[in-house]
Every structure is written in structure tokens, then in C-alpha cells.
Design a protein around this ligand. Structure first.
Ligand SMILES: [Zn+2]
Length: 489
């Protein structure tokens, strides 16, 4: 008995010592790390702003209703790029693919080195008529306000990145920089409606036997205020993106008069199926990427949070559930299940003959489309309900954090913005990046502009805008990255 007590006390003491020791590794609490300011002459940052504003005025809209791209808008945008970036167009070869997408190749001096690539898209989502009144400025007027904010559809998604890339190449080309490896730019024209352009460009590059060492697309950025208590800007480099699938759960019934119902109707069978899959969500996993994120921001957090993060071996389930209370963080931890549509019935006193529930899943890289369908059938476990797949694609694989690309990107972030926390992440939306896995060892998603709370809903939403300082940051980052990556010996 005494021996058992000693063992228990010893065990508790050991656990306490480990917990304190691990926490001390994150001590002392550090002050927030200020991001290094990047300055640019007023005429330069104004030129960046004016060029983004001009780009916004081309209505390169992907409507999503099956209409062909607006030929005049895309032709105008192509000509605008040629007129605005003459040195870049002398330095690079330009090729039009799938009618409107653009591949630029900047030939390097050493053909034996693997090329690198940057991709962005020219198209934007429409502005719905019902939201128009809430815009502070006309979304296609390309307004720059007195604070240096460029307003309009595409400012963030994704013309800001595209303009920053062109400004960078223009600047480097003017300086006489010659890369030692091929540098490619791929600009898709229909990212918002399936990415046929990116798919065609990837196929063409693959047919030519081109293999990139690494590639960067949109899909992640630097965030501010994402974690309560953390004031530093955190740079998140995305390693992959989620897949998606929509399931139609339908039921049929003979129907009849509502005065003599059976226990179930086609409506309730479909509704029950939708409810069951939603009520049995995929398990949450606090994986190594989220763990690296937490470790990188922990030094700024209060003592309690540091104890929890330093001792994930004991606190993981608790911390996971706490983080999952935020739906955005929960989305990083599992395949999400959203019961989004429901259709059944024609009249209040008629038993419906048909009912359907529509459920949209966003698939984590650890799951698959096939697995989602199999799991839904198992959970519903009802032969009266038909489970049908509508479209769908698996998640991408996750790119390496030990590669040349990741090392270069993370290193350049530190060089340009200072020692701010940097961590890998996962993109929960779709990007053109997913098409390039066949031609690139590693595909990353990172744009160096700063996302502040509330910014996420501007993308595809109302009042999309970018500050000219964010353009200056992007150009500084891409310039440093290309200079380093394309001139290493
Ligand atoms: Zn985009």
C-alpha cells in the first residue's frame, strides 16, 4: 500500500516536473515581434497602386453561368500587361494557352537547374446586385482613396498578387538581373470556375517535360489577430489544399394523403440522412502543422496557454476541443460536413413522393472522396436512402517542409519582414495550385500581404480592397525570393 502511494506521488511529481520544464522552454514570454517596415519612394508605391487600380477596371469576371469569357476584357487586360511592363515583356517569352491564360518564361542562364514558378489568376468573381449598395466604392472603378487603399473586385483575389509579380519582374529586368534558372509565371483565366486554364497550362508544361523545383500560388498569407493574445503578424505557408465532394441523399415514397401518414415520409427520410451525417462529424485532429503554428505563437501567450501548448502530450484533447470552438480553426482539423440544401414536398396535405438533402464536404488530406461516401452510407445505414456523388475531388498531397522551396520561402520571410513567427498550414478553399502537382515537386500557397480580422470575408464578398503598403511588401518579398532562388550557386 505504502509502495503504491509512493509510486503515485512519484508519478505526479514527475509529471509536474516535466510540465514545468517544458513550459520553461517557452519562457520568458516575449514581446510581440514588430514586422520590419518596408519603405518605397512615394512615386513607386503610387505607381503600384495605380497599376492595381487599372487592373481592377478590366471586368475579367468568371460568371459561373457557363457563359464564355469576356473576350474584350481579357484582351484588354493582356494588352495592359504588355504596355505597363515593357522590360518584363522583353525579358520573358509569353504564350497564350486555352485562349486566355498566360505562360511567361524568363530564360535562365543554366539549363541544368530546375525551374521555379509563380502562379496567379486574372479572373474575379462577380459582384452580386444585392450586395452592390454596401460597397464603399464602385467595385470595378479602381478607386484609390486618400489612405492609399485600392478598392475593387480582385484587389486581394488575385490581381494584387499578379500585379506584384509583374512589378517585381519589371524591376529586376530593368536592373539587368538575369536568373540562373528558368523562372515561370502562369496566369489562369478561370480559377474561380474550375481552373480549365491552369489545367491546360499544367498539361502543356508536363508534355514538354518541365519539372519545377517548387511553385507558389495564392491561398495563404500573413495573418494578424488570428489568435487571441498574439499580436505578432504570423506568416502561414500552405502546403496543400482540401478536396471537396457534394452528396445527394434522396428518398422516394409512394405518397398519399397527410391524414393517414406512415412513420416516415420521403421528406423526413432525406432530412434524417442529412442530419445523421452532420451529427456524426469527422474526428478533429490537432496535427503537426497546427502544432507547429501553436509552438510558433506560444511564446507571446499568457502563462496558462504556454503550459497547455508546451504539454500537448497531456493537453492535446482539451486544446483541440477549445480551438475547434472557432469554426475556421476546426476546418483545419478535419473534413467538414455542411448540410446546405433540402428539397421535398409540394403541398402541406400531400405526403411527398420524393425528398433530397444536399451535403457539402471539404475533405482533409487524410481523407478521400471514396471514404466520405462509404462513411456516409455507413452512418445513414438505411436502404431507403440513395447516396449519390455530385462531382468531387480528393485533397492534394501535402508539400514538404524540408524542401528547397519551403526553406527559401521561410528564409525570405525572415529576411524581408524580420523574425516573425512562420508556420505551415493547409488551404481550406480551392486554388489553381492543385493542377500543378504533376509538374512540381512542391506546391506552396503564400502571398505576403497582411490579413487583418474581417479581411477574409472581403474575398468573394463586399469591399474587397488592398493597401498600397501590401503591394510594396509583396514586391519586396518576390524580389528577394527570386533574386535569392535564381542566383544561388
Ligand atoms: Zn483566387
Amino acid at each position: 500500500m505504502k509502495r503504491l502511494a509512493l509510486i503515485i506521488i512519484g508519478g505526479i511529481t514527475l509529471v509536474a516536473v516535466i510540465a514545468v520544464a517544458r513550459t520553461l522552454m517557452l519562457l520568458p514570454a516575449r514581446a510581440p515581434i514588430a514586422m520590419q517596415e518596408i519603405s518605397a519612394p512615394p512615386e513607386v508605391r503610387d505607381r503600384y497602386a495605380q497599376n492595381l487600380a487599372a487592373a481592377i477596371r478590366f471586368k475579367t469576371i468568371s460568371t459561373g453561368d457557363g457563359a464564355a469569357p469576356d473576350h474584350a476584357a481579357f484582351a484588354g487586360f493582356h494588352a495592359f500587361l504588355q504596355d505597363t511592363y515593357p522590360a518584363a515583356h522583353v525579358a520573358m517569352n509569353r504564350e497564350v494557352v486555352a485562349d486566355y491564360s498566360l505562360i511567361y518564361r524568363w530564360p535562365g542562364s543554366d539549363a541544368t537547374k530546375k525551374p521555379i514558378a509563380f502562379t496567379a489568376h486574372m479572373d474575379v468573381v462577380p459582384v452580386p446586385a444585392f450586395g452592390l449598395a454596401d460597397w464603399q466604392h464602385d467595385p470595378f472603378a479602381g478607386i484609390i482613396d486618400d489612405d492609399g487603399v485600392i478598392w475593387g473586385r480582385g484587389a486581394m483575389d488575385d490581381k494584387g498578387m499578379l500585379i506584384a509579380l509583374m512589378e517585381t519582374i519589371e524591376k529586376l529586368a530593368q536592373q539587368g538581373f538575369v536568373p540562373n534558372r528558368d523562372v515561370y509565371l502562369m496566369f489562369g483565366h478561370d480559377e474561380e470556375i474550375g481552373g480549365g486554364g491552369a489545367s491546360a497550362m499544367a498539361a502543356l508544361l508536363k508534355a514538354r517535360g518541365i519539372q519545377f523545383s517548387w511553385l507558389i500560388d495564392e491561398g495563404s498569407a500573413m495573418v494578424e489577430g488570428a489568435v487571441p493574445g498574439v499580436e505578432s503578424t504570423v506568416a502561414l505557408i500552405s502546403l496543400g489544399e482540401k478536396g471537396s465532394v457534394t452528396l445527394k441523399l434522396s428518398a422516394e415514397d409512394e405518397g398519399g394523403h397527410s391524414s393517414a401518414p406512415k412513420r416516415f415520409t420521403a421528406a423526413s427520410l432525406a432530412a434524417r440522412a442529412g442530419y445523421l451525417v452532420t451529427d456524426n462529424p469527422y474526428p478533429l485532429v490537432l496535427d503537426e502543422n497546427l502544432e507547429r503554428f501553436l509552438m510558433s505563437v506560444a511564446p507571446e501567450m499568457d502563462f496558462g496557454a504556454r503550459v497547455a501548448i508546451a504539454n500537448l502530450w497531456a493537453t492535446r484533447p482539451l486544446l483541440r476541443d477549445q480551438l475547434a470552438e472557432n469554426p475556421t480553426l476546426a476546418a483545419f482539423m478535419h473534413t467538414t460536413t455542411a448540410f446546405t440544401m433540402m428539397q421535398s414536398g409540394t403541398k402541406s396535405n400531400i405526403l411527398p413522393q420524393y425528398g433530397e438533402a444536399i451535403v457539402n464536404y471539404r475533405i482533409h488530406p487524410r481523407d478521400t472522396v471514396a471514404g466520405v461516401i462509404e462513411r456516409a452510407r455507413r452512418i445513414i445505414d438505411d436502404p431507403r436512402v440513395v447516396v449519390e456523388q455530385l462531382g468531387g475531388r480528393d485533397a492534394t498531397s501535402m508539400s514538404s517542409t524540408d524542401s528547397e522551396g519551403y526553406t527559401m520561402i521561410a528564409g525570405t520571410i525572415k529576411d524581408v519582414f524580420g523574425p516573425i513567427p512562420t508556420a505551415p498550414t493547409l488551404t481550406v478553399q480551392a486554388t489553381d495550385g492543385r493542377f500543378y502537382y504533376g509538374v512540381s515537386d512542391d506546391v506552396y500557397r503564400f502571398t505576403p500581404f497582411v490579413f487583418r480580422p474581417g479581411d477574409l470575408k472581403r474575398i468573394h464578398g463586399t469591399n474587397e480592397a488592398m493597401h498600397r503598403d501590401d503591394l510594396v511588401r509583396q514586391v519586396a518579398f518576390f524580389e528577394a525570393l527570386i533574386s535569392k532562388a535564381a542566383s544561388v550557386q
